[in-house]
Ligand binder design. Structure first.
Ligand SMILES: Nc1ncnc2c1ncn2[C@@H]1O[C@H](COP(=O)(O)OP(=O)(O)OP(=O)(O)O)[C@@H](O)[C@H]1O
Ligand SMILES: [Mg+2]
Length: 280
């Protein structure tokens, strides 16, 4: 037992760069232990030898119904396995970009791809399949207050119709991954902020997603706890999961020297590894 969720549940061989991957309900034969080659560090330009794309936006514009233009002509490509910080001042369009990726909002113009799906043209009945490929983490955790940690994580599997007999073991693995086994019977009101966010990350991981999308996951946490959450996301990234994280945390962004995509007024104004040049 390695304790790594991906190693336990296995990873599906994606037949093509953008092929949808079935969720945890797939037959065992479809799964294997294809760990990504992490010896090649991610770069902002995907090398020819690494064609798999996790996220792509082509010429994306989002105008809200009130006329507010939140994103303009955004182009962004994130290879599988990347760790990307999304930065920019308040109102720059970070959450809007994330909402387009998870199909909370529709692009007004352009194409949005994530985990093998073209999101904009996705039929309503296919949205649950998309959401199983994406783990989503929010600043305010979005836990169900009356459910325990274990029940909150299990709920993500129950709503997607995972067979009962698989749920318990999968939940325990996710809780072990985030270090919350001992708190499994506690309710959100009985957890620290960091524990709440780790519960949310366990919930995001239960479907063994290809991508984790986090919108200011450390926004409500003090600096030390923020670092714990970042370390956890880095570990998940090391397991091969692509991570896109919107943040205002300049200290973390500067220290980690990952790829940083900066938005200003709905435009990508910078896309390079390392650094956080402005005080957003
Ligand atoms: N549902 C909506 N209807 C109309 N305008 C919206 C809506 N949601 C966001 N906006 C506007 O779109 C712009 C981008 O907002 P967004 O939430 O994406 O910014 P952000 O970069 O996430 O900011 P923050 O750092 O404060 O979270 C803002 O001007 C905001 O007022
Ligand atoms: Mg936001």
């Amino acid at each position: 037992m390695t304790g790594r969720l991906a190693a336990v549940t296995g990873r599906l061989a994606a037949a093509t760069a953008l092929a949808p991957r079935p969720g945890l309900d797939s037959s065992a034969a479809e799964w294997h232990d294809a760990e990504p080659d992490l010896t090649n560090p991610p770069s902002d330009a995907a090398p020819a030898s690494s064609p798999r794309i996790s996220i792509a936006l082509h010429d994306v514009t989002k105008v809200y119904p009130n006329g507010r233009n939140a994103l303009s002509d955004v182009d962004l490509t994130v290879p599988e396995g990347d760790f990307v910080f999304l930065v920019g001042p308040s109102g720059a369009g970070k959450s809007t970009l994330i909402k387009l990726l998870v199909r909370d909002e529709l692009a007004t113009h352009g194409e949005v791809y994530i985990a093998g799906f073209e999101v904009t043209s996705l039929r309503g009945r296919d949205i649950p399949r998309l959401r199983r490929q994406i783990g989503i983490v929010f600043q305010d955790f979005k836990l169900l207050p009356r459910k325990t940690v274990r029940e909150n994580v299990a709920f993500a599997l129950e709503v997607t119709g995972t067979p009962r007999k698989r749920i318990a073991a999968t939940v325990e693995r996710a809780l072990a991954l985030v270090g919350l086994t001992e708190q499994a019977a506690q309710r959100p009101s009985q957890l620290s902020g960091g524990e709440k966010q780790r519960t949310a990350i366990a919930r995001a991981m239960v479907h063994d997603p290809r991508v984790i999308i986090a919108d200011e996951p450390t926004g409500n946490l003090d600096p030390l706890i923020s670092w714990e959450i970042i370390q956890l996301l880095l570990r998940i990234n090391d397991m091969g999961t692509t991570v896109l994280m919107a943040t205002h945390n300049a200290e973390v962004v500067t220290a980690l020297r990952k790829r940083v995509v900066a938005l200003e007024d709905g435009h990508v104004v910078r896309d390079e590894v390392g650094g956080y040049h402005r005080d957003y």
